[in-house]
Design a protein around this ligand. Structure first.
Ligand code: PEP
Ligand code: MN
Length: 341
């Protein structure tokens, strides 16, 4: 890190900062750039918090040079992580991983009909929450264990892989027994106890970005999972909160490209929660593909008008089928394919 002193910093101010550096066992170099003095601190461990120096008398600014995360960083592992799922499906390689299905598992009929439709359109995985994080405690909370059973039945019948959410630590093992990929939802992105548990689950994790999370917050959350021994984390951009007070979701595709420069982990995109409106989902899905997303997770429902959650952003099966054709075209144009037949 670089510690930049104010022009009026006193010798005592500089001595205080130097004392702290030496007490931490760190090396340093002094640069005189009149009217300022700059201390370059040699912190090979990256474990010293730059904030410790920010409040010292006479210090104008502290510029961290190390990234706060380690295992998720490109510097740690220059080659892309390819997450391997059952059936030879990979995420983070050449082919895009397409997940589709309802927001929530509602009934056997709804789930199986939707599963068949998304499979026929070319998805390789089925999404559907058995445990739903809802803004209101009075909204449908999911079918719980029964929902997991229905998901397993849909997988058996269609061969689709399963992506479903673990809401809390207590339920994580149960979800891990059924899911091929455990979703950690946006609201839970900074639930560190849940992240640590997911790090010990033995199953790959789909880590959605929190609606107010910076890229740094998101990557630090992924670091929790990796640091517990689970290298199989897939990041997922799902829209962030706008600043204009309108409640409109901002689908941050810029983040997909930016985060791929910072990390070796695969990055997916969720155009359904990323836009919140059915009419915007196909355009956002095409754009995410073009932006370099390694996969898409899209809400599709056979009867969205009757959906118990997120019907307004769920595609009709025929819209999803059309979109799959467009995704294939865009993927081909950028030298990629789509997983599955
Ligand atoms: C979902 O996938 O239905 C969901 C609740 O997603 P998020 O956590 O991104 O809001
Ligand atoms: Mn949803």
């Amino acid at each position: 890190m670089l510690i930049i002193f104010r022009p009026d910093a006193t010798p005592a101010d500089r001595a205080r900062a130097l004392g702290l550096i030496e007490s931490l066992g760190l090396g340093h170099r002094t640069l005189e750039v009149p009217p300022r003095t700059i201390l370059a601190v040699l912190d090979g461990t990256g474990r010293v918090d730059p904030a410790r120096f920010g409040g010292l008398p006479g210090v104008e600014a502290v510029i961290p040079l190390n990234r706060p995360y380690r295992m998720v960083a490109r510097e740690w592992r220059p080659e892309a992580t390819v997450v391997r799922l059952p059936g030879g499906i990979t995420v983070g390689g050449r082919d895009l991983f397409i997940v589709a299905g309802p927001c929530a598992v509602e009934s056997e009929e709804q789930l199986l009909a939707t599963a068949r439709a998304v499979k026929a359109a070319g998805a390789v995985a089925l999404r559907g929450g058995a445990f739903k994080p809802r803004t209101s405690p009075y909204s449908f909370q999911g079918l719980g264990e029964e929902g997991l059973g229905l998901l397993a039945r849909a997988r058996k019948e269609t061969g689709l892989l399963l992506v479903t959410e673990a809401l809390d630590e207590a339920g994580l093992e149960q979800v891990a027994r059924t899911a091929d990929l455990i979703q950690i939802g946006a609201r839970n992105m900074q639930n560190y106890a849940l992240l640590k548990r997911a790090g010990r689950s033995g199953k790959p994790v789909l880590l959605k970005r929190g609606p107010t999370a910076s890229l740094n917050d998101w990557l630090m959350a992924a670091e929790y999972v990796l640091s517990e021994g689970n290298p199989d984390v897939i990041l997922c951009e799902r829209g962030i909160r706008g600043q204009d007070g309108s409640g409109r979701v901002l689908f941050d595709l810029n983040a997909v490209a930016a985060v791929k420069l910072l990390t070796h982990l695969p990055v997916m995109a969720d155009p359904s929660h990323g836009t919140g409106k059915r009419s915007l989902v196909p355009a956002a899905a095409r754009a995410a593909t073009a932006a370099g997303a390694d996969g898409l997770i899209i809400e599709v429902h056979v009867n969205p008008e009757a959906a118990l959650s997120d019907g307004v952003q769920s595609l009709y099966p025929e819209q999803f089928e059309l979109l799959m054709g467009e995704i294939r075209g865009i993927a081909a144009a950028i030298g990629r394919g789509v997983a599955g037949k």
